[in-house]
Structures are given as C-alpha cells and as structure tokens.
Unconditional design. Structure first.
Length: 601
C-alpha cells in the first residue's frame, strides 16, 4: 500500500497483481490433482478406522425399503431427518464409519473445531433443543451433536455402520435399485440418495520416497493418540522427546499446530503455501443471549450469514465473525467506494481493491504477531481473499514465536523427498521421529472414485461413463438415465462457506421430491435430457465469470490445484451465481408443484 499527497492509502494494483502472479507461478504443478497419492495398496493403512473395535460382524440385510441413503455425515443425517419429518420412515443409511458424523467422525485431531459459527453450522439446533457451548464448537461437541440428531430422529435403528456400498444397479423391470455392500447386504430400494460428502477420503502428497520413512507417520484424520498422548484438547505429552514434522498448512494444520508446538521437543512446519489467518475471537455462549432467542432464530441466522458472505441484501450482520468480515467487508467496501464517487463504470476494479485491502490487513496481522521478520514474511499469504478457504485462529501465528518451532518454507516447491530418517527441503535433510500429514481430503477427483463404488443406471450405463466429460445433472440432484436417483453434493449445486446450510436446503429438496412422488403414486422419475442440458449450460455460463478470478489464484482445491478449467472442470463446478440464488431457484421450483423438468411415470 502507498499514500497519496493527502495521506490517503492507495493501492498499487499492478504491483500487487505482479506479486500474486509470481507467488502463484512458483507453486504451479502440471500434475494438478494427480500430485496426490491414492490411499490404496501400501498406503491403505492410512485408511484404517482407529475408533472401532476390530472384528465387527453382523448378518447380511436383505429386503426392500423406500430409500437407501449413502453416507452418515450431516448430509445423510439431514436427509434421514427430513424424510422422517415428511412421513417417510422406511429407509436405511449405509455408512463406512462406526458411527454418524462424517468428517467429524474422522477429524479428532487436537484443536479440531468448526471455523464457521456453531449457531449456524450445527443443524437442527431448535429441533433437537440444543445450544452449543461456544461460538465455535469443538470436534467432540460436533460429533456428539451428530449423534444427538441420530437419536432424536430415530436414525440409529436405520443405520448400517462399518458398511461400504460396493455396487448399485437400476433394475428397469422392477423399478428398483439393487444395492450391494461389503457386508453382503442386498437391498432393493425405490430411491437412492447419495450423500457421501466431499470430505471423507484422505489424501497423501505424492512426494518421492514417502513410503521409505522408518519413523512413525499418520494422517490427521486418523490421529494416533496412542503415540502422541493427550486428547483433542491437547496435552500431547508423549511428544516431549520427539522431533515432529507436519506437511500441510491448511485449515487442519492451523488448528493442530499450536498443540504440536506446545508439546514436541522440536517441531517443523513444512509449508508450501501459507494460509490467510484472521482473528477467531472464540468465546462461550452467552446464556442471556440464548434465552432471548425466539422461534425460527437459527433459520434467520443461517440465511443472514449466507446473505452477508454472498453479497446479498441484509440490514444487520447477525453473526459478525471472520467470514462476514473477510467476504462481507469486501462487498461493503466496494459499495462504500462507489457511494463516495469512486469510478462505478468498473465494479470489478472496486472489488479487487477491496479484496487487496482486506488481504493487506491479514498480512499486517502477521507482522504484528510473529517476532522473527523472516518467518513473518514467509507466513504472509500473497493471493486474493477468496482463492483459498480463509482460516481463523488466535494461537496459530503465535506458535512460531516458540524456540522449538521451525517454519520450513519450501518457497512453493514443496518437500523435495522423504528419506528413511526425515524429509529433504532445498537439499537439507530434517531428521524426524514422527511425520504427520495434514493434507486434507480429496476434492475434485472423480465422483464415483470418492464414493468408492460404481453406479449402473438404465441399460447398464455407468455414472463414470455418463460423466466422463464432466458432470451432467438437473440442479445438481437428478441425472438423466438414472431414475429415482438423487445426489447431495456441491457439484452443480449451491455452495456456501457454511456447508451445513446448503446440505439442509438440499436435503429438504430431496425429501420434498420423494414425498411428491409418493403422493402422486409415481413409480419413477428422472430429468429429461433437455432439462439436464439446460442446467449444465447454466452451470457453464455462471462459472465463467468466477473462473477468471480463480485462474489467477495460487493452486488449491478451489481452482483444481492450478490445473486450469477445461470444459470438464467447468461442468464439475458449483452453481456460481451463489447460494442465495440457488435456494430461491429451488423454492420457486417447489412452489410450482409440477416437478418441472422431471419425466415421471
């Protein structure tokens, strides 16, 4: 930033753009998503469930149900809850884990918590009569709320845990789906709902030599407390004599780094790209505020949050957190500039300036907290505010002031290789006793790969074949050639920083369609080819404006790891006109009442 002759701060757009491009180009890799290693073969051990007793067995389930829901995270829980509220009781939920929770079943690492306010993130608070303990719920509380939803809506009696779907086939003559599982279940279902979620299949970085490390290693989604000691609250006392390395500096690392830094003898944070770290300002729930709430408060708060962060209309910011500051402030700052006479013929420029000003404040926060200038400089994020999911924490940056904590900045190139004793960065080997992978979950890989099974529609057509050139749906839910088949995912659907809001809207929509089909005594429904094409065309149109911004971003899962946007990737994207527009579209479709675009029999 610089100042004009009146002392006002001005933005040197070209200088910032140049810096952003340099930092992006340093990190670009031709492999895109292929730079990560699938957890199979010698890496399959990273997928083992440490939270269940071995040897689980049960008799196979056979018979017919109204619906099979795949996935027991919040998408599956909400689908089950909405079906029950709509009078549909005959369904099963198939979940590979040992309990409900989805991402929050797996993520039990120290410090794990939601980064979206718990009052809007945890669904069905009013329905279950629960109020979160803090503004940002910690992982154990979130997992327990998953269980609470399961108990409240009687979903445990309908759940098949430690069970993976292995095949799903449509039988045209029966008008039913045949679902097979790893437990030899064979279930016939009138409808199937795929709510497998986008954050459940962990990934490893494809670093040469990763399989040769002779120390201890694990992925953060399978945290090994037997090795580290402690709990999700920290206190990792068994690391007191250990040299620990962590690969990954995204949302997971931001939360577990403070605990590792406080416990390990020596701790090395191996950074390719720094996260943008805003203040979290967590605090206990005010009981007086909780008592003042009226019926419908959570829905109002969820809608308000989504409106603020997506540029919608709002009178007051009810949530007032880092998200509404980072995104809402960019929109408001651009509007304020326009109102004061700034050039309005180029609204994109106003948004860019507001974006840069926000990121300058984030970078200034690093300087204010981190004492070592070189470390502070390496921790500064040089990219747009919406290039990566923003992070918020009140202890992450402070951890780098500890004498035992070392930031190993790879300058965007990543770890060079893994050896038997440790890792090599820029020719220097760092000896480690333990190597932890905070490298997140697969995002953007093929849908059926993430689900773990193939779906065979009418005439044997597989979903992989149908989507080989990109996803094709109507509203993200329905697929031509796959009758009575519904998907709950971000693909071609609305998306929000508050994932649960969109999951709730999607589950309501799916439940409505099933209820209508039952009321009209329909045997099958699927979108017409024309309706499907119209929606795909709309997805492509809505994506193009956003892609110009993302292509200039540092690599990450928002932009296909910097791999660009061909037609396939464009079709696989979300509905970029925003979550508010998507919800309104669904509401209007339901109000019409005619199942428009669906072919019914």
């Amino acid at each position: 930033m610089s100042r004009d002759d009146k002392g006002n701060e001005t933005v040197d757009l070209e200088a910032i753009r140049r810096k952003y491009r340099e930092e992006r180009d340093r990190r670009l890799r031709a492999e895109g998503n292929d730079q990560y290693v699938a957890m199979s073969g010698q890496y399959a051990r990273y997928l083992e469930d440490p939270y269940v007793e071995p040897g689980h067995d049960r008799a196979p389930v056979t018979g017919e149900v109204e619906a099979v829901i795949v996935g027991g995270g919040f998408g599956g829980l909400l689908s089950g809850a909405r079906l029950r509220l709509g009078g549909v009781d005959d369904f099963l939920i198939v979940e590979k884990a040992g309990d409900f929770g989805g991402t929050w079943y797996w993520n039990r690492y120290p410090g794990a918590a939601c980064d979206t306010e718990s009052y809007v993130y945890l669904p069905l608070l009013e329905e279950t009569g629960y109020m979160p303990v803090r503004k940002y719920a910690k992982a154990p509380e979130i997992l327990e709320h998953s269980r609470r939803v399961g108990r409240h809506f009687g979903l445990y009696d309908r759940a098949l845990f430690q069970t993976a779907v292995t095949a799903m086939r449509w039988c045209e003559s029966e008008g039913r789906w045949h679902v097979e599982t790893s437990r030899k279940d064979v279930i016939r279902a009138r409808f199937v709902i795929l709510a497998g979620g986008g954050l459940h299949l962990p990934k490893l970085p494809g670093i040469p030599g990763i399989e040769t490390f002779k120390g201890h290693s694990f992925h953060t989604s399978r945290w090994d407390y037997e090795y580290t000691g402690g709990s999700s609250e920290g206190g990792l006392d068994r690391l007191a004599d250990k040299r620990v390395g962590l690969i990954g500096t995204g949302a997971t690392a931001v939360q577990c780094v403070p605990h590792l830094g406080a416990s390990a003898k020596e701790f090395f944070v191996l950074q390719r790209t720094p996260s943008a770290i805003g203040a979290r300002n967590d605090r206990p729930t005010d009981p007086e505020w909780a008592r003042s709430l009226h019926k419908g408060w959570q829905r109002q708060r969820m809608d308000n949050f989504t409106a603020v962060i997506s540029g919608g209309d709002f009178d007051v910011d009810l949530v007032n957190d880092g998200w509404t500051e980072v995104i809402g402030e960019i929109v408001l700052a651009a509007r304020r500039r326009a109102a004061t006479g700034a050039p309005v013929e180029d609204p994109a420029r106003l948004m860019e300036i507001a974006d840069i000003e926000m990121m300058e404040r984030i970078r200034a926060r690093v300087d204010a907290i981190v004492r070592d200038p070189a470390t502070a400089e390496a921790l500064k994020p040089w990219y747009g505010a919406l290039c990566k999911r923003p992070c918020f924490h009140d202890g992450y940056l402070q951890t780098f002031n500890r004498p035992n904590v070392h930031l190993v900045d790879t300058r965007g190139r990543g770890v060079e290789r893994v050896t038997e004793q440790g890792v090599v960065v820029a020719g220097r080997e760092y000896a480690l006793d333990c190597l932890i992978f905070a490298t997140g979950f697969e995002v953007g890989t093929d849908f059926t790969h993430r689900m773990g099974f193939e779906i065979h529609g009418r005439d044997g057509l597989t979903l992989s074949e149908k989507w080989q050139d990109g996803a094709e749906t109507m509203h993200g839910f329905f697929v031509h050639g796959f009758p009575n088949f519904m998907i709950i995912s971000p693909t071609q659907s609305g998306q929000s920083a508050n994932f649960q809001h969109m999951l709730d809207e999607q589950s309501k929509h799916v439940a409505y369609v099933i209820q209508r089909a039952r009321a009209l005594n329909l045997s099958r429904l699927e979108p017409s080819a024309a309706a499907e094409k119209a929606w795909v065309d709309e997805i492509i149109r809505s994506a193009r404006g956003r892609q110009a911004y993302l292509q200039d971003c540092t690599p990450g899962y928002y932009n296909n790891e910097g791999g660009g946007f061909d037609l396939r990737e464009t079709k696989n994207s979300q509905y970029w006109r925003g979550p508010i527009a998507f919800v309104k579209l669904l509401e209007a479709w339901r109000e019409d009442g005619g199942l428009k675009g669906l072919e019914c029999a």
